[in-house]
Design a protein around this ligand. Sequence first.
Ligand code: GLU
Length: 427
Amino acid sequence: MAAVKSVAKPTMECETEHFLAAQRQLDEIAEEMCLDRELHERLRYPKRALIVTVPVRMDDGSVKTFTGYRVHHDVTLGPAKGGIRFHPEVNLGEVSGLAMLMTWKCALMGLPYGGAKGGIRCEPWNLSAGENERLTRRYTSEIINLIGPDKDIPAPDMYTNEQTMAWIMDTYSINVGHTVPSVVTGKPVSIGGSFGRTEATGRGVAYCARRAVAHLGMTKESPTVAIQGFGNVGSVTAKLLHQAGYKIVAVSDVHGGIHNPNGLDIPRLLAYISEMGKVEGFAGSSAVSNKELLELPCDVLIPAALGGQITDANAKKLQCQIVVEGANGPTTPEADMILHERGIMVVPDILANAGGVTVSYFEWVQGMMHLFWSEEEVNQRLEQIMGRACDQVFELSTKSKLRTRLAALRIGVSRIAEAKRLRGLYP
Ligand code: GLU
C-alpha cells in the first residue's frame, strides 16, 4: 500500500508547530520507504497523553498551580522511555513531538523501549530548592499511574537532574509501599544509579563527532569545534573532545558565549565556571552571542542547548563541515535541507545525543539484575552501541543517498513498523 503524503485536517490537540515538524519528518521517511499506509497513520500520533495541574505551596505561603505533561508516543517494543523537562516553553505539542523522537531514538539504538517525554511548564531558575522538590513530588503523584519500571521510566532532560530523579523515585516508592529504584534512570549512584550516566550524553556526542570526522576523512590533527550550550551535555562534550586533541574555539551558555580561534583551555574554563557560574569574562577570549557562535568558522559545530537554533535564516551562513546535534531538534526541517544541499554533514539528534538513553538502559538493566558494572564497562558498552548505530546510519546514508537524518529515522521507523506488523492490531 502506498504511503500517505499528508493527512488533511488537524485531529489532535498536540498539533503545534513543533509537533507537526516531528510528524512531517515521519511523513517524509514513510513516503521514501513506502511504509504501509495504516502503520504510518498509527505512528503519526501519541498513544496516550496526560495533562495534569500541579498545585505547589510556594515559600511565601501562597499556592501556585503549574501545568505538567507525560506523553507516550509508542510502546510496541517495551516500556515507554524518555526525559522530563522543566521549562517555560513546555506544552503538549512540544512534549508529544519529543516523545515521538524518543521512539525513533530507542529503536535506532536497538533498545527495548518505546518513546515518552514529560515536562512541567515553569521557570526552574526562579524556584527555590524546596519549591522545586514539592513541584517534582506532586507532579510525580499526578502521573503515578503512567509510570513504573515495566510501564514508563522517566529520566533527566532540560533543567532536571539526578536530584529530580531521586525525588521521583522516593515519591513513587512511598506510594507503592516499597523501594523501586528502576522507576527512573539518571539517579545518583548511591541509590541505584549507573556509573557513567551523568556523562553519557556528552560522551556519545563527542564519540559521534570523532566518528563523523573520520567518516569525512579529515586529516587535520586538531579539528576545531564550537559548542552552543554548556550544560551537562555541552561541558562534557568539550572536556572529552579537548582530551582527544580537538581545539574548542567557542562555547556559550544562556548568558552568552566566548571565542578564541587558537582554542580555549577547557580544564581552566571548567574551573572558572564552577567559580563564576558562567563562561562570560574568561581570560583570553572575546565575547560572542549565542547566535554569532553558530556562524563562526570551525570544523565541527555542536548545538547542545535549545531546539530550533539552526533555521532557514542562518543555515546558509554556517561555516562548519559537520553539525553534531547534542540538543533535541536544534535544526529546523528547512535548515536541514539547506545544510544537505551545502554538503554539510549532520549527525542527527536521535543518533548524536542517544548516549544518554543508552546508559539509562544500562542503569535499568543493572537495577533489574541487582548487579552493577564498573565505569569502564559502561563506557565500553556505550561505545559499542554508538559505534554500531553510527556505522548503520552512515552506511545507509551513503548507499541510498539519503540525508543522514532520514537514514537514522528510516532505521528506527522500520524497526517499529516491523514489530507492529508482527504483533498485529488488537482486537
Ligand atoms: N532526556 C534524554 C533524551 O532526550 C534521556 C532520556 C532517557 O535517558 O530516558 O534522550
